[in-house]
Design a protein around this ligand. Sequence first.
Ligand code: HEC
Length: 122
Amino acid sequence: MRSTLFALIAMTTLVACGDKAEVTPPASQASAPKPVTYDAAPVVNPGKLKYVAVCQGCHGSTGGGQGPFPKLAGKPAEELIAKLNDYRAGKEVGPQSSTMMPFAKALTDTEIESISAYLAAL
Ligand code: HEC
């Protein structure tokens, strides 16, 4: 019992010493600039890039729609994905479907998903 207690005290002392044994970098390294790390994902939104490049001319810069071009902003992503898949498959959605089909046919699954997520969040 007594030896166990001694061992515990010894270990605690060792751990405490270990904490203090921090290595201070030499002055030359201490002033070296820290590497800059950042997450580029929020800056480069692939859905937004594609929308701005291909779709905004008809559907508006903020997806609000104009004239015969329906509003897309704020619609549920699942609905946008389903309609884009229909256009891509050559299925009629509304009376102007033939205008929309070539643009949907040029999209990949990943592009449909990222554009829809972008529009749903507007
Ligand atoms: C040349 C103009 C034009 C361009 C460019 C265009 N669209 Fe459309 N879009 C339309 C028209 C017109 C309709 C309505 C079609 C119909 O009657 O079904 C439509 C409908 C849609 C719909 C269905 C909306 C709804 O709620 O019924 C979606 C989703 C859509 N477009 C997404 C896109 C995306 C994404 C792009 C870019 C890749 C794009 N559009 C590019 C003209 C365009």
